[in-house]
Design a protein around this ligand. Structure first.
Ligand code: ADE
Length: 232
């Protein structure tokens, strides 16, 4: 899978794309990242990429020219082009699944007060927010999106069972995990997990998932209950 990332700060991506599972996937060729420096496409003699907003208001807006040039040089007309912005649709598991089925995704990292609307209208297929808060730059969001999508690409995760059991599957959060030792600083692992009765363990884990979801994510719990009641 290919990710093309349009950014004013290409250096932002150098360490994350070399680390952990992401680094391994890049090395093995499962993933390819093309980080495109928007500034290189600026025709301004000082390579400026932002300007004051028409109509007034605070902050700066990313100019159309550098982005049009960068996108025209690197995109075909049918691709998926995301634009990271707090005004977009909220990124979630369903959307990460949908994106993981694409061979190629482009992400434009927004900055300042955002990009000129004409860029969005011409090139962007999805404006995406990663949550109801404002980040200092779209690069953070681009990495979150790329990671969530990449880990669904076959071969990225060593153990695909962990994808089946992870949080949100079945609209429930994950059960608590323990590892050795069985007792640490007087704190014990629940007995049941040490006894090897897998049917009981599965039941216990399911109860814990329900308990936790109900306590911390009432919205998700409601979705879970609706699904159970409708027998889906
Ligand atoms: N840029 C600034 N805030 C953002 C957010 N919440 N999601 C995506 N991009 C952003």
């Amino acid at each position: 899978m290919i990710f093309k990332i349009y950014t004013l700060f290409p250096e932002f991506f150098s360490s994350p794309l070399k680390s952990g599972l992401m680094g391994k996937a890049v090395e093995s060729g499962i993933l390819e990242f093309r980080v495109i420096d928007i500034r290189e496409y600026s025709e301004d003699r000082f390579r400026r990429c932002d300007d004051y907003p028409y109509g007034g208001g605070s902050g700066m807006v990313m100019m159309p020219q550098p982005l049009f040039s960068a996108l025209e040089a690197n995109e075909e007309s049918t691709g998926t082009v995301l634009y990271t912005s707090p005004s977009g649709r909220t990124f979630d598991r369903d959307f990460s699944r949908e994106l993981s089925g694409k061979g190629e995704i482009s992400i434009i990292c927004g900055h300042y007060e955002g990009v000129d609307q004409r860029v969005i209208e011409r090139f962007v297929t999805h404006e995406v927010s990663i949550g109801d808060y404002v980040l200092s730059g779209g690069e953070y969001a681009a990495l979150v999106i790329a990671d969530a999508v990449a880990r669904l690409v076959p071969g990225f995760m060593g153990n695909s069972q962990s994808l089946v059991e992870e949080s949100f599957e079945g609209d429930l959060l994950e059960y608590p995990q323990y590892t050795r030792p069985a007792e640490y600083m007087g704190l014990k692992v629940p007995d049941l997990l040490l006894q090897g009765d897998h049917a009981k363990i599965t039941l216990w884990r399911n109860e814990k998932r329900i308990e936790k979801t109900r306590a911390v994510r009432p919205d998700l719990y409601k979705k879970y209950l609706t699904r159970i009641i409708l027998g889906e």
